[in-house]
Design a protein around this ligand. Sequence first.
Ligand code: COA
Length: 165
Amino acid sequence: MNLKLRNPTEKDLPQLHKQINDKEIHKNIPEIPYPCSLKITKNILKDMIKENKEGKKKNFIIKINGNIAGAAGLTKLSKKHKAEVWLWIGKDYRGKGVGRKVLKFVTKLGFEKLKLKRIYGTLLASNRASENLLKKCEYKKEGTLKKNVKIKNKFVDELIYAIIK
Ligand SMILES: CC(C)(COP(=O)(O)OP(=O)(O)OC[C@H]1O[C@@H](n2cnc3c(N)ncnc32)[C@H](O)[C@@H]1OP(=O)(O)O)[C@@H](O)C(=O)NCCC(=O)NCCS
């Protein structure tokens, strides 16, 4: 598997849209709607490009054998201190070790290049795949954020996992 992470560009739109327009992504990342219109994907991509230019975030497109397989990055970046990690893998590429490789890469970048002390991830308490992935990459559970998000008029719990340098 030829896996690469690189900066997003406007040319990524068609393939990114194909991958992001997915029920499972929406279920676990409710900010990404389903169905996700081409206009919304365009705005997501535009923001990813802009935030990278401004240095506010580190957003990556995940490519496998030349095709877009997902996206990942570090957000809420506070220089030489901390950041929140995020990622999603397209449905054709899940369960193949891609998430683990990407999370390890982004974590390493955060510690070695950005000199962070803390990287954390928040996830819906129902998201087993994400929780297991964080555990496999040596993130430790710090707690439960009770009723932290509102989804379809229900308040649901989130978990917070972190890795410290
Ligand atoms: C969560 C997600 C990123 C995992 O990526 P992935 O590439 O499928 O994960 P990997 O194949 O690298 O698996 C790594 C570990 O995660 C866990 N895992 C992956 N898929 C799982 C599933 N469906 N159920 C339970 N655990 C799972 C396993 O522990 C696995 O390790 P193992 O193979 O040694 O058992 C992916 O499922 C995804 O993008 N889901 C939709 C969006 C999302 O939930 N994003 C995260 C929001 S916080």
